[in-house]
Design a protein around this ligand. Structure first.
Ligand SMILES: Cc1cc2nc3c(=O)[nH]c(=O)nc-3n(C[C@H](O)[C@H](O)[C@H](O)COP(=O)(O)O)c2cc1C
Length: 235
């Protein structure tokens, strides 16, 4: 088995790729312990190898920790309370239909069940959604911005590649994260608080850190469509 450098340069066993992709799950409950600087650098080092159209690498990435993270969360909660939404791109569950609608509903039901929140507890559900803006207690949040080059859908593809590489690196290092479109609904607030160039558009964020072990919201089972449902092999 390969060895890689982990925390403070210590050697650790590399997890087989088969396991890394399966261990990676969205975590929504984190320990407060910050990730050591060397480990943060190691994840950023992995993520920069993501592919992109013509190797343009149109991602601009900001990671907030400590006081900056707390400032951002406070501003996001205030913006939500005042209904100041400033998304760069539209997003609505109303656009879902058929199997896509079914998968979204199944995910929502599984998450709320794991969180112990019943279908008709509207206020508790609202609080659970607002936890996004507290980064689910994670000590770090990564904000992914798109450089204003070519068609946004192409840039979004590249930034998605970066995001998944980042998430897989977290998993390989024993960390976890959750990608969050919800954070990007407050793109203007994120730019204001962190002093980010207004020409950069926000795609999503990733709250991350050490996942709280055994918390049901981190381990509930979620179905993934079998290969035959989404892949057609042509010969
Ligand atoms: C681009 C993107 C945006 C997402 N936005 C949110 C979000 O705002 N809040 C949240 O709790 N989960 C969010 N998720 C997590 C998904 O719900 C999760 O990936 C999906 O249910 C599959 O679960 P898994 O990541 O554990 O495999 C997002 C995922 C992606 C890829």
């Amino acid at each position: 088995m390969m060895k890689l450098k982990g925390e403070a340069g210590k050697m650790q066993e590399a997890m087989p790729f088969h396991d890394v992709v399966r261990v990676r799950k969205s975590a929504r409950s984190f320990l407060a312990d910050p990730v050591p600087e060397a480990l943060l650098q190691s994840v950023a080092e992995d993520a920069r190898h993501a592919p992109s159209n013509s190797n343009v690498q149109p991602w601009v990435v900001h990671i907030a920790s400590g006081a900056a993270r707390d400032r951002l969360s406070k501003a996001l909660l205030e913006a939500a309370a005042e209904e100041r939404m400033t998304p760069d791109f539209p997003f609505s569950y109303d656009d879902l239909y058929g199997v896509y609608r079914e998968r979204q509903q199944a995910q929502g039901a599984a998450y709320f069940e794991a969180a112990g929140i019943s279908r008709d507890a509207a206020e508790q559900r609202r609080f659970a959604i607002l936890r996004n803006l507290e980064f689910f207690g994670a000590p770090h949040v990564c904000l992914l911005f798109m450089a204003p080059v070519y068609e946004p859908v192409r840039v979004a593809g590249d930034v998605g590649m970066y995001g998944q590489t980042f998430l897989l690196s977290l998993a390989a290092h024993g960390l976890a994260g959750v990608p969050q479109t919800l954070l990007s609904l407050f793109a203007g607030t994120v730019r204001d608080v962190l002093g980010i160039d207004p020409s950069l558009r926000m795609l999503f964020g990733i709250s991350f850190g050490y996942p709280e072990p055994d918390n049901p919201v981190n381990i509930f089972p979620l179905g993934k469509a079998p290969v035959a449902e989404t892949v057609t092999f042509h010969r």
